[in-house]
Structures are given as C-alpha cells and as structure tokens.
Write a protein that binds this ligand. Structure first.
Ligand code: 5GP
Ligand code: MN
Length: 315
C-alpha cells in the first residue's frame, strides 16, 4: 500500500483542486489523481474543481468532469490540493478545503508553508506531476493517467529544459514513455502549438518590451485592449515570459498583463542565481526560485516602476 492508498482508505467523499489560473502541471496533477481515484476507488464520491483552462488540456481523460462553478457547498471527508502553495491560491475551492474533515497537499513550490493536515512538499521536484508519479503505485498508472502526468512535467520543465529538470525527472518521463503515451504529440499540441491570436499577441508583447537597468531587466506589458484586439484570454498568454527570458544577456524577465479590475498579473523568470520567488513575495505572490508570479495594482506606469525597483534591489 502506498501513502496515497493509506490516505484514501475509509474515505467516502473527496474533492480535488489546484491553483487559480491552472497551468499544465495543475491540470495534469489534479486529473491524474482524479482518474486514479475514479479507476481504483469506485466507492469514493470524488469531485474535481478548477477554474477554466486552455482547450489544449481537454484531451486528458475525464477533463469534462472538471467543475468550474463551485456551486455546491459539500463538506468532504478528504480535500486534496495539488500544485498550490497556499489556501489563497485555491480561489473558490478554498471553502472545500476549510470545511473538509481531512486535507492533503501535494506540491513543489518553495513558498509552500505546509498548510494542510498531511503535506507532501518537495521544492526540488520538477513538477507536482513528478510527485504524483512517486505517490501512485506504478503498476496502477494507466496510459491515460500517464498522459496527465507527462503533460504536467512537460509544462513545468519547458520540455525538460529548465534547471528544475533532474535525472529523476528524466527517469520518470522514461517510465511514462514506456506506458505507450504519444509523447511527441503531447509536447507539440500542448506546449508548442499556438493559435494565430496567441502568436500575434506574443509579437505584440515582444514589441512592447523595454530594457531596464542597463539591459539586466526586460519587461513587457499587455493591456486588456490588446488582448481584446487579438481575441485572447489571460490563459492564452503562457509562454510569453519565457520568450522574454531568452533575450541575450538579460538577468530577469518580467511580464505583466492587465486584469479586468485594472490590477496587473505579473510573471517573473530569471537567468542565473537570482531568486524571483523573493521578488514576487514583495507583492504578496510566490512560486519558485526561477519562476514566480504576483498581482499588483495599476496604473501601468506605477506598477512597472515598482516591479523594476523590486527587481533592481534583488539583483
Ligand atoms: P506564472 O508566472 O507562470 O504564472 O507562475 C510561475 C510560478 O509562480 C508558478 O509555479 C505559479 O504557481 C506561481 N505563481 C504565479 N502567480 C502567483 C501568485 O500570485 N502567488 C503565488 N503564491 N504563486 C504564484
Ligand atoms: Mn507546478
């Protein structure tokens, strides 16, 4: 019996959720655990709650079961939080966490303060999906569960490129490849393929970019108006900050986009030994040493000036 099986024993109702604005690791890890429970614990009444995510993730098994309405007020025996560093990041699912009889957190964020009853938190893991692989009995990982786990790993490692990628990451990915998944298709269709609008807004973001601090910092901002012009939603802006980061000789890349309420969502990426989780924390955000995020008040010029100053102070 693995740890996950001992936690599930005796449970009659369970809820699964992840962080707001779910990314590949969040959708992959929550669906992997959801599918596992559906496949092997038919007696458990399990639900999965997540905010809407991009269509590229809809190929994962039972993605149509994801509840984005959070309409019910069920009190669950067990609540499982995945890829989520604090209860605030659970968004509308926080009420299920608060009322659940028992809570479990599986995560890899360095800023995670172990907020659940049981915590499985390893900041050195490439992704929450890598941790899910460790927690599930390998012989019970179906091809469909393997697809969920692999997708999350691909997204959080930038296709096994970022420094969070370890030998263990590659070993896990190798095991998943042996389970018959179409790995090259998953990489192409969920990571590289962009809609025309997404490519256009990437172009706009690159045109909007400015250098600061003698070229140490690159920062770009996308407005609501620009998102409307290219017919894209915030969830379609993934990848822009990574493109900014590969600008030659920059140390920190920052990308801001305007929220509906006039605040700005910020993403930070870094080259070299700088800790952007610390910089994001200045604005109440968090994440990883090399990839972090936050939300900051507008107007734009004030937000930009505050972000640039916070980065300058930390590099
Ligand atoms: P991204 O820039 O891709 O939105 O996020 C980078 C990393 O930082 C992800 O692991 C994400 O979960 C985390 N992150 C992004 N925004 C926030 C935030 O507002 N608060 C916290 N605590 N973490 C964030
Ligand atoms: Mn993650």
């Amino acid at each position: 019996m693995t740890e996950i099986d001992s936690i599930l024993s005796g449970v009659k109702t369970a809820a699964i959720s992840g962080h707001v604005r779910p990314d590949g690791d969040c959708v992959g890890s929550t669906l992997a655990v959801y599918n596992y429970i559906r496949d092997y614990y038919p007696q458990i009444d399990v639900k999965i709650y997540l905010e809407p995510s991009p269509n590229i993730f809809k190929f994962m098994q039972r993605s149509q079961d994801i509840d984005s309405t959070y309409a019910d007020d069920t009190v669950y025996d067990l609540f499982i939080a995945l890829d989520c560093s604090d209860t605030g990041r659970l968004g509308n699912a926080a009420k299920y966490f608060e009322s659940a009889r028992k809570t479990l957190c599986i995560d890899h964020h360095v800023t995670n303060g172990a907020f659940a009853d049981e915590n499985y938190i390893f900041p050195d893991a490439s992704s929450t999906c890598e941790l899910v692989f460790e927690l599930l009995p390998t012989e019970r990982i179906t091809k469909q569960i393997a697809e969920c786990i692999y997708t999350g790993m691909v997204h959080d490692t930038g296709v096994f490129q970022y420094s969070c990628t370890s030998k263990k990451t590659m070993d896990v990915a190798g095991s998943l490849m042996e389970m018959g998944i179409d790995y090259s298709r998953i990489i192409d269709e969920t990571f590289y393929t962009k809609t025309f609008g997404q490519n256009k807004i990437m172009g706009q973001a690159l045109l909007n970019a400015e250098l600061y601090c003698g070229g140490d910092i690159i920062l770009s901002v996308i407005s609501r108006e620009e998102m409307e012009r290219f017919d894209v939603l915030p969830k379609h802006l993934d990848g822009i900050v990574n493109q900014l980061r590969v600008t030659k000789d920059i140390k920190v890349a920052a990308f801001l986009y305007e929220n509906e309420d006039g605040t700005y969502k910020g993403s930070l990426r870094v080259n070299g030994d700088y800790d952007v989780a610390k910089i994001a924390a200045v604005f109440g955000g968090g994440g990883h040493v090399k990839a972090a995020g936050f939300t900051i008040d507008g107007p734009k010029d004030v937000a930009v000036e505050r972000v640039v100053s916070a980065i300058k102070e930390n590099i």
